[in-house]
Design a protein around this ligand. Structure first.
Ligand code: 5GP
Ligand code: ZN
Length: 112
């Protein structure tokens, strides 16, 4: 999608601090980290939000979560939170599905 920020990051048109890339998935550090470690794991395929994840994407999203766990391990965070925001009211600001991985500090529950 040409006007999507994350599609531009994946394409390399906007620089990012890349942590991982394969044919389907891209991971990079969040520009406004909310924890000592905060990175995003995104499918290269443009899917606008979690609610738009289709049956054909189940394997892709499963891999995305598995890779998030591997990167977290490499980053040295044993305890971390995985977050998908869906819709503006839940805090979604970029409409290309992405998994937040936050760690390196204590987390409270419920989230604000
Ligand atoms: P959302 O609010 O949609 O769940 O998450 C979007 C995330 O993207 C935010 O945490 C925000 O800080 C991050 N972000 C926005 N623009 C950029 C950017 O240009 N580069 C990087 N690395 N992260 C960004
Ligand atoms: Zn996109």
């Amino acid at each position: 999608m040409t006007d999507c920020l994350f599609c531009k990051i994946i394409a390399g048109d906007i620089p990012s601090d890349k942590l991982y890339e394969d044919e389907e998935i891209y991971a990079f550090r969040d520009i406004h980290p909310q924890a000592p470690v905060h990175f995003l794991v995104v499918p290269k395929k443009h899917i606008s939000c979690p609610a738009e994840i289709g049956g054909d994407d189940e394997q892709l999203i499963g891999r995305l979560i598995r890779i998030a766990g591997h990167i977290a391990e490499k980053e040295g965070i044993e305890h971390y939170r995985l977050v998908f925001n869906n819709g503006e009211g839940a805090g979604q600001t970029v409409f290309h599905v992405h998994l937040h991985v936050l760690g390196g500090r204590a987390m409270t529950w419920p989230p604000g």
